[in-house]
Design a binder for this molecule. Structure first.
Ligand code: ACO
Length: 436
């Protein structure tokens, strides 16, 4: 017999035994706890999903206390050292690392899905030049839904695979187009001779030279950064992807929803905020005062803290190591010294130690991106490109899971009931908006 838990209901004096599986009880098992036939049954209340597993997943494993991240069972450090991004994308989507032929075919397929329909280009041109690149990215991905109406057939495995290839192939093109639009440069078409990250750099930075040549060290650094950002189990944006996808919406619309979730400063938008914070601090000497203000309740240390990691984020460790290599090419970003001082003081401070707040993936990534020539507004876009792979892997897993249905949480209703309707002329001003 497996593990069980006995729950005694003081309201009725009854005792219930519920099975424990994988360290969880099923919330639906609680519904049998009733005070009478008219009682709906017991529910759990878990705002922000602090303690609720919403799915079974075999994609990413995180041990937040030990600071471990694995994709499909491979430690992130091993993948970052030995693989390229498209290899890791294959692993996340299909469960195993590809062999030589599989990788060749996969790279060919992604490379040959990188062009955008000209109507998509026109769509982007219609967006105001000073829009945030993340807003452009979200809108343009959503607009692809109109270009590919066939994507609505999410139940067909072949069709899903086609859309997955399109999305991974086109995301860098959309991201680069958003950037070129915001600075007023003409768009650059993909170059199929180049690797995934080299081609992205080509579409971003090619000017009048006949062939763009990326610095190999910077292309590799970007590739590793893409690997580190590819998936992170049930975070806010993955949850958005699964939730929207559970209604069987097409993958372009679901990815747009996931990217919208990523854009917020508490999630992927934090990397942009870190640079603003470092600029506000200005010098190493000001760090102590800044931390004191945060402890007094004025804002947060951006790039610090994580819902799951209560130890050093393993991705942040790798990023710190890449930073040194990137700076050998680009020259040192002076913000690194401020960031390291911030980390040093925070990790020695009772406020941060007792709350187990450590640097997360966003703390150092922006410093590298900036040294490579990206503007802060582009940082979250750089996150969205590789995370598209994770979103798609989560989406596909959700669709194939027989236990999943349309995502639909319950609520505890706190409003009024059965109010008396008053016709317009009998209503008095009651500051209705304030009440809401
Ligand atoms: N700076 C200062 N205090 C913090 C920080 C921070 N960055 N993060 C959390 N705390 C404090 C909270 O004030 C709270 O203190 P209290 O117990 O005295 O009220 C305690 O630590 C717990 O914080 P919560 O907000 O309850 O933790 P939660 O798990 O809900 O939030 C989050 C996690 C959103 C990442 C939070 O740490 C944060 O806002 N960090 C800054 C933004 C950031 O870097 N986001 C990127 C996360 S990584 C990613 O999404 C890719």
């Amino acid at each position: 017999m497996g593990d069980i838990i006995a729950i005694s209901d003081s309201r009725t004096g009854r005792t219930y035994t519920l099975p424990i599986e994988n360290g969880t009880i099923r919330a639906m098992d609680l519904r049998q706890l009733k005070t009478g036939p008219d009682d709906f049954g017991l529910m759990t209340y878990d705002p922000a999903f602090m303690n609720t597993a919403s799915c079974r997943s075999s994609i990413s494993f995180i041990d937040g206390d030990k600071g471990i991240l694995e994709y499909r069972g491979y430690p992130i450090e091993v993948l970052a050292e030995n693989c390229n991004f498209l290899e890791v994308a294959y692993l996340l989507l299909f469960g195993n690392l590809p062999n030589g032929d599989e990788l060749k075919g996969w790279v060919y397929e992604i490379t040959h899905h990188s062009m955008l329909h000209e109507s998509t280009k026109k769509f982007t041109e219609g967006i105001r030049y000073n829009a945030h690149p993340m807003s452009m990215l979200v809108s343009t991905v959503a607009a692809l839904s109109a270009v590919y109406p066939d994507a609505r057939d999410v139940q067909s495995a072949d069709n899903r695979l086609l859309q997955i290839k399109r999305l991974i192939g086109k995301m860098p093109t959309i991201a680069a187009m958003s950037y070129r639009h915001s600075v007023g440069f003409p768009y650059v078409y993909p170059d199929n001779d180049l690797s995934y990250t080299e081609n992205f750099m080509n579409m971003l930075w090619k000017m009048v030279e006949p062939k763009y040549v990326a610095h190999p060290m910077l292309a590799r650094a970007l590739d590793v950064l893409f690997i580190l950002h590819a998936d992170h189990e049930q975070n806010c944006s993955a949850n958005a992807m699964r939730s929207v996808g559970s209604s069987l919406a097409d993958p372009y619309l679901s990815i747009a929803a996931a990217a919208a979730a990523l854009s917020g400063p508490l999630h992927g938008g934090a990397n942009e905020e870190v640079i603003r914070m470092l600029d506000e601090i200005g010098t190493k000497e000001n760090v102590y005062d800044y931390i004191r203000r945060v402890k007094d309740g004025h804002g947060r240390l951006m790039g610090f803290g994580h819902r799951i990691y209560k130890n050093y984020d393993p991705r942040a460790k790798i990023i710190k190591w890449i930073a040194e290599q990137v700076f050998e090419v680009t020259g040192r970003n002076s913000r690194l010294d401020i960031a390291m001082e911030l980390e040093r003081i925070a990790l020695d401070d009772e406020y941060f130690v007792s709350r187990r707040l450590y640097p997360n993936v966003d703390f150092y990534s922006g410093i590298i991106y900036q040294a490579m020539g990206f503007r802060p507004e582009m940082f979250t876009v750089l996150f969205a490109i590789p995370r598209t792979v994770g979103w798609l892997a989560q989406w596909q897993e959700m669709l194939l899971d027989p236990e999943q249905k349309i995502a639909r949480p319950r609520q505890i209703y706190t409003g009024q009931r059965m109010r008396e309707y008053l016709p317009l002329e009998k209503r008095t001003p009651v500051h209705a908006m304030e009440e809401v």
